[in-house]
Design a protein around this ligand. Structure first.
Ligand code: DHE
Length: 546
């Protein structure tokens, strides 16, 4: 069944060249066709995101045989089992010893390139489930959709739409595997979700229950999407970035009909050709008909003008390699993106179409969309936490009002651990929160740090560290209870955290914290909440509030 699923999953050529030639062949571990296919599937699901389909490395290290053979099977098994301090997570809680050992063998074999996937295939795979003319012309439910949360149910291939007012599950929608992000159309009616396997679903929230109205496949692996948000183009287009093949596609915003595909292959900022420059974060400008498309391996930031698709204009801005995730500053003029394996944040000025700055930071910044706060000493700043360091970094973002601090790291404060992924605040909140879900220490992975923004004026501000996993009271589980991704409700007085057990057979939960008192307000537990990770509040996502 696993072999069949693998082949169906993405039609990747993971099966089956039993052996390969060359001098290293004698020392290379061998795997049966079935084990190799299973290890390939695991690599795709758990490793390719950081290390690349071709294993050339990005957020994670290069894993081509020249490097992995030097490490050898037993060292690879240890790294896969227990993780490293550099941000590699442990897998001993979710993979068996045999799976880890097969993966260690697989990594010493040459990487195989998956097939290409172009516009013709994309159009053939596109499905318009409910044509626009058959959709309701007004909202047919009583749900306050501005306060709905789209929650990724990672390992069941679904999203849960949770009513933020009642905390009840409004609907569970089948999607691609491990939806990475949800984004909301300019009108606030449609939820767009992208699966890691490239499947893209459009969910209508005007129907009685959330309904998938269109679905398409953007490639074999993808992470990012957004919609057209500029005046006059609301809900007109959508964009999806793929990891494999490395390209982005522009789609019709209401039907997902594929309209155009643009490759991102090319030269890196160093001038070297790269065969796999993956599309990382994408964001839509509110002030121009433009998307900011961040290309990971080349370090190029593309401003894509969607006003004339037949004569598409791209402005290509050199920044630094391994662009990953990022968010707007509070004015929504500057987009700040982590060049994570370069330990830098790039700030692009979307008004002038130029790089505003490259800011050196502590190791492997990982902001999610970051957090904008009004700092008591430094004014408007944007924050990131880090995979590779136990700090939260604040960067000045106001070159007009606070020139001396703009694009400088103005402060670093302690996070309770490294291996953090997300930091979050809200314009109405007095707090800033950070997680550390990939920390191998269960106590740290299950906790969050929270600072009172006013305290940041002190030379040595003291945070509160809250054990969210304990509050969820899930009992003992084999999988680590990783507390991940804070997301505010529309009013900015609650922050929701996922307690992600990382294992679909074990219980998970969502803990809703009262932002003011920092006490637990509700714990959402439900058998249907399988491995919840990212959460996207409709209003905050629609308006890019963070
Ligand atoms: Fe993510 C955002 C890529 C692992 C949860 N993740 C992003 C973005 C990218 C990305 C490019 C930015 C999208 C945008 O804004 O347009 N993530 C990757 C990877 O390549 C990586 C490192 C490995 C992988 O195989 O996918 C990876 N990410 C993870 C996880 O393991 C997480 C914790 C759980 C999961 O569901 O897979 C995870 N990533 C998220 C979330 C966001 C995200 C929740 C959105 C943050 C936001 O607030 O916008």
């Amino acid at each position: 069944k696993l072999v069949r699923n693998t082949l169906m999953l993405a039609a990747l050529p993971l099966a089956v060249s039993a052996a390969f030639t060359g001098s290293a062949a004698a020392q290379t571990p061998n795997l049966s066709a079935e084990d190799k296919a299973e290890a390939g599937k695991l690599y795709f699901e758990r490793c390719a995101g950081c290390h690349g389909m071709l294993r050339k490395g990005a957020t994670g290290k290069n894993l081509e045989p020249a490097n992995t053979a030097k490490l050898g099977t037993s060292r690879l098994e240890k790294i896969l089992s227990y993780g490293t301090e550099g941000g590699m997570p442990n897998f001993d809680d979710i993979l068996s010893k045999k799976q880890i050992s097969n993966l260690a063998a697989y990594l010493q074999m040459p990487a195989e390139a998956p097939p290409e996937y172009g516009l013709k295939q994309m159009k053939a795979d596109w499905k318009l489930v409910v044509p626009v003319k058959d959709r309701p012309t007004k909202k047919m439910n009583n749900v306050n959709i501005e306060n709905v949360f789209s929650v990724t149910l990672r390992d069941s291939g679904e999203v849960a739409l949770i009513d933020g007012d009642t905390k009840q599950i409004w609907g569970i929608v089948k999607t691609g595997y491990a939806v990475h992000i949800s984004r909301v159309s300019a009108s606030g009616r449609y939820m767009h979700v992208i699966g890691r396997d490239g499947r893209y679903d459009l969910i209508d929230m005007w129907t009685e229950k959330p309904t998938t109205v269109a679905t398409m496949k953007s490639g074999y692996e993808a992470r990012s999407i957004d919609t057209s948000k500029y005046k006059g183009f609301e809900d007109k287009y959508a964009i999806v970035g793929a990891y494999w093949p490395p390209h982005y596609a522009v789609l019709d915003g209401e039907t997902l009909e594929p309209l155009k595909v643009v490759s991102t292959r090319g030269q890196t900022v160093d001038g070297e050709y790269h065969p796999e420059p993956r599309v990382a974060s994408i964001v839509a400008s509110h002030d121009k008909p433009e998307w900011v498309v961040n290309v990971k391996e080349t370090g190029m930031i593309k401003l894509v003008d969607y006003s004339d698709l037949a004569n598409l204009k791209e402005t290509t801005i050199n920044s630094a390699k391994f662009l990953h995730d990022g968010g707007w500053d509070s004015s929504k003029r500057y987009f700040l993106v982590a060049a994570n394996a370069s330990n830098k944040i790039a700030a692009v000025d979307t008004k002038t179409g130029k790089l505003a700055a490259l800011v050196d930071t502590a190791k492997i910044p990982h902001p999610g969309r970051g957090a904008n706060i009004n700092h008591p000493k430094y004014g408007k700043v944007w924050a990131t936490s880090h995979l590779g360091a136990d700090v939260i970094t604040f960067i000045g973002t106001d070159p007009e009002g606070n020139k001396d601090y703009a694009w400088k790291v103005v402060q670093e404060v302690k996070n309770h651990g490294a291996n953090s992924l997300f930091v979050k605040s809200h314009p109405k909140s007095k707090n800033i929160w950070a997680d550390a879900p990939l920390n191998p220490d269960p106590k740290l992975a299950g906790s969050v740090t929270v600072y009172t923004i006013a305290d940041l004026a002190n030379p040595d501000p003291k945070p509160e560290v809250i054990d969210i996993a304990a509050a969820a009271n899930l009992g003992k589980t084999k999988g680590l209870q990783r507390v991940v991704h804070g997301e505010y409700n529309k009013d900015g007085d609650e922050i929701w955290f996922s307690v992600w057990t990382g294992n679909k057979t074990e219980p998970s939960a969502i803990v809703v914290m009262d932002d003011k008192t920092r006490k637990v307000k509700t714990v959402i537990k439900d058998k249907r909440l399988v491995t919840p990770t990212g959460k996207f509040n409709v209003y905050n996502t629609q308006h890019d509030i963070y």
